[in-house]
Design a protein around this ligand. Structure first.
Ligand SMILES: Cc1cc2nc3c(=O)[nH]c(=O)nc-3n(C[C@H](O)[C@H](O)[C@H](O)COP(=O)(O)OP(=O)(O)OC[C@H]3O[C@@H](n4cnc5c(N)ncnc54)[C@H](O)[C@@H]3O)c2cc1C
Length: 313
């Protein structure tokens, strides 16, 4: 394995923000991960593992330790609608391989950036589908023992943008097996995935520097607020939640800018880097958003994006 020093991290993230990692390596499997943890132990360095970089904000000072980027991993189409993929594979490849094999169930996730492992860890979802709905089992590496354990879907503890692995960062997802619905028409699946990508582009531009939705959609039980949402959007709140973007709009922060970070005009839950934004710009903007939403509509927002290198990563 190659360990490189002082590697700029911004290039590996969709935010294009972040300082340097003291040490950087790319890992494709459990053996590589074990080597990374051994090296970090020798040099007494903390370790941060990521993959697609589409849900992280690295600090402007970078990370004073070893940053490991998970890459590759296999992809295998099995019998009875099963398909498995390595954690470092892109979610896009998983969706298209499933489609080519005539397996349906993941089309709604088309267009979500990042890796299979990142998606499993955060139970990524869109248009009513969450990746956890289709997981059969997950293999994960325990960073202290170096052991690999297989988890059933029930053991993965999938919830809205949450899982056992998010709650227990000592386990790194290595691969996942999915059970999909066989014998669908590949051409139809391809069209459906394209429709979803078009819809995403229409709802919120995907080619901006951001980490997607910055905040999770909060549970809101305040009936007055829920009614306002119904009247304004003509939609029912989903699972007790209101869209964070709608709340941010209610407090007048659409388009708010700090330095080069901006609340997206198109989708107020996207905080975007308009070019040259620092992590400090983004965090200052995020804290203004949180404070105003809390003070004016009484709702606490929690960030979905993982902050790294700010002292508590
Ligand atoms: C334009 C845009 C649109 C988006 N739309 C959506 C959407 O519709 N729905 C949605 O859910 N998300 C969305 N996202 C967010 C993001 O794409 C997902 O959260 C994605 O699943 C993150 O995967 P990643 O590999 O990029 O994770 P990274 O950014 O690399 O890492 C995120 C976190 O996961 C951890 N992690 C990564 N890989 C592993 C692993 N193998 N094992 C354990 N932990 C791991 C990291 O340590 C980090 O804490 C969007 C992001 C962007 C930029």
């Amino acid at each position: 394995m190659t360990f490189r020093s002082h590697v700029p991290l911004a290039q590996y993230t969709t935010f294009r923000i972040g300082g340097k990692a003291s040490l950087f390596a790319e890992a494709a499997n459990a053996i590589d991960l074990a080597e990374c943890y051994e090296r970090a132990a020798q040099d007494n360095l903390p370790v941060f593992v990521f993959s697609g970089g589409s849900n992280v904000l690295f600090s402007d000072n970078g990370f004073p330790g070893l940053v490991v980027r998970l890459i590759d991993g296999g992809m295998h189409v099995g019998d009875n609608g099963r398909i498995s993929a390595g954690a470092g594979r892109s979610l896009a490849e998983l969706v298209s391989s499933a489609g080519e094999a005539g397996l349906s169930g993941l089309e709604n996730l088309a267009g979500i950036p990042g890796s299979v492992g990142g998606a499993v860890r955060g139970n990524a979802g869109a248009f009513g589908t969450e990746i956890g709905d289709r997981v059969l089992s997950v293999k994960a590496f325990h960073i202290e023992s170096g052991m690999v354990k297989e988890y059933t879907r029930a053991e993965c503890g999938f919830e809205y943008r949450d899982s056992f692995f998010k709650q227990h960062p000592k386990y790194i997802v290595l691969s996942a097996e999915f059970r999909l619905t066989p014998s669908a028409d590949p051409e139809r699946l391809f069209e459906k995935a394209q429709e979803i990508r078009d819809l995403r582009e229409e709802k919120h531009p995907q080619d901006v520097f951001s980490a997607g939705s910055f905040f999770m959609n909060p549970i809101v039980r305040d009936e007055k607020l829920r009614d306002e949402f119904r009247k304004d959007s003509g939609k029912e709140p989903k699972d007790d939640k209101l869209p964070a973007g709608w709340l941010i709009d209610q407090v007048g922060l659409r388009g708010k800018t700090i330095g080069h970070a901006k609340v997206s005009e198109a989708h107020p839950n996207y905080l975007i880097n308009t070019g040259g934004a620092t992590a400090e710009d983004v965090l200052t903007l995020a804290s203004i958003v949180k404070q105003k939403v809390r003070d004016e509509v009484g709702v606490m927002l929690t960030q979905e994006v993982q902050l790294v290198g700010f002292g508590k990563a």
